[in-house]
Ligand binder design. Structure first.
Ligand code: HEM
Ligand code: NAG
Ligand code: NAG
Ligand code: NAG
Ligand code: NAG
Length: 355
């Protein structure tokens, strides 16, 4: 109806704005084999509008959902590639990625939104067309725009994996917030991401929240000397002792807006994690932080380039992987469930015959 039009209109407007703003053609990393822009143009032409319209409404009601979806995309891609394995539920015999410690702070609202989008797209185009990993990719893309950041065209055509990574794999793929720049660059280097990617992607911490346990080692037993004293006092109001479970905002200046203020925070020693603040003290990354702090469009350009690159880490395409009908279960496991319920029905019928 009218709302769909409005959503599509805004999307077009955003696309037009993106074209006008970047007078030079937008820089884009080489596309992974099997991915393309406009992948669903014929298969499911309304796919991108459906995602956008849903999120416009959902993020309008809960701005935190934008941050949650941006982070979900990052966790998915860093662990075993962008294959939506982060969405898989545990089985009785195997613990899924969801249960690994870093996931525990992924928000349920993000998983629910992906499930809702899966249902909407199934109704529009059938359940074997749009993959869960592309839904995660599109949801993160639209979240950035809806939080005030740039719009970008994103290559699609990913397939979903059928198995999740182990807890150890999750822990080794996702750097801890206590990491220094050397450790971060090493971790990202394994995924072919460099210092510019690290600084720009960390800029996603311009939105969202963190639990005290993610940074309270910087407050106790004594305040990290690289932290602004006023900021430390401010954080201690929320986190008065070690190991409380309250949350604070990642970007104290504009907590709900996707902008470059995160880098201004870093210049003022008001970065939340060691992994954030360190970017301002390392000789390789400091000039990039300084640049982004004064030039938001330089940040946006690099973010778009880097997040598109991140979205192509070890993707499954063509004959690889599957399009999961339910994002939280592999198709084989879902078929197993169905077969099992048939067996049960038959068994029940047999039982009633005997009786
Ligand atoms: C470079 C290494 C990174 C580290 C060490 C890191 C660490 C963290 C931690 C510890 C939290 C808070 C979790 C909590 O306590 O609730 C967090 C939140 C968040 N991270 Fe990162 N992160 C990194 C990179 C990224 C990247 C690449 C993105 C996306 C492009 C991202 C997006 C987010 C967002 C949006 C939040 C807020 C989530 C919410 O409000 O639900 N992070 N990150
Ligand atoms: C960075 O952290 C690693 C791992 O904790 C440590 O071994 C290394 O010495 C640190 N490097 C610097 C420059 O602080
Ligand atoms: C900055 O990081 C680079 C790359 O890991 C490292 O070689 C260098 O020693 C670091 N510089 C400082 C001052 O920590
Ligand atoms: C931590 O959070 C849980 C659930 O939200 C709550 O029940 C509990 O009281 C909290 N613990 C502390 C120490 O605040
Ligand atoms: C152990 C744990 O908290 N796992 C959670 C991982 O994330 C999803 C979504 O928030 C939850 O449903 C799991 O319970």
């Amino acid at each position: 109806g009218v709302r769909r039009f409005a959503a599509a209109g805004l999307l077009l407007l955003a696309a037009a704005a993106a074209l006008v703003c970047s007078s030079a053609a937008a820089r884009m990393p080489p596309l992974a084999k099997g991915l393309s822009l406009g992948y669903y143009d014929e298969r499911c032409p309304q796919a991108e509008a459906v995602v956008f319209e849903f999120l416009q409404d959902a993020i309008g009601k809960d701005v935190g959902l934008a941050a949650a979806l941006i982070r979900l995309h990052f966790h998915d891609c860093f662990v075993q590639g962008c294959d939506a394995s982060i969405l898989l539920d545990s089985t009785p015999t195997e613990k899924s990625e969801k249960l690994a410690p870093p996931n525990k702070t992924l928000r349920k609202s993000a998983f629910d939104a992906i499930d809702d989008l899966r249902d909407l797209l199934d109704r529009e185009c059938g359940d074997t067309v749009v993959s869960c990993s592309d839904i995660v990719t599109l949801a993160a893309r639209d979240s950035v725009l809806l939080a005030g950041g740039p719009w970008y065209d994103v290559p699609l055509g990913r397939h979903d994996g059928s198995s999740f990574a182990s807890e150890d794999a999750v822990l080794s793929a996702l750097p801890s917030p206590d990491s220094n720049v050397t450790t971060l660059l090493e971790a990202l280097g394994k995924l072919k991401l460099d210092a510019h990617d690290l600084v720009a992607l960390s800029g996603a911490h311009t939105v969202g929240i963190a639990h005290c346990t993610s940074f309270d080692k910087r407050l106790f037993p004594q305040v990290d000397p690289t932290m602004d004293k006023w900021f430390a006092g401010h954080l201690k109001v929320t986190c008065p002792v070690l190991n409380t479970n309250d949350t604070t905002v990642n970007d104290i200046r504009t907590p709900n807006t996707f902008d470059n203020k995160y880098y201004v925070d870093l210049q003022n020693r008001q970065g939340l994690f060691t992994s954030d603040q360190g970017l301002f003290f390392n000789a390789t990354t400091k000039p990039i932080v300084t640049k982004f702090a004064v030039d938001q469009s330089a940040f946006f350009d690099q973010y778009v380039y880097s997040v598109v690159k991140m979205g192509m880490i070890e993707v499954l395409t063509g004959s690889q992987g599957q399009i999961r009908k339910r994002c939280s279960v592999s198709n084989a496991a879902a078929a197993g469930d169905r077969a099992w319920s048939v067996v049960e029905t038959v068994a029940e019928a047999a039982e009633s015959l005997v009786l």
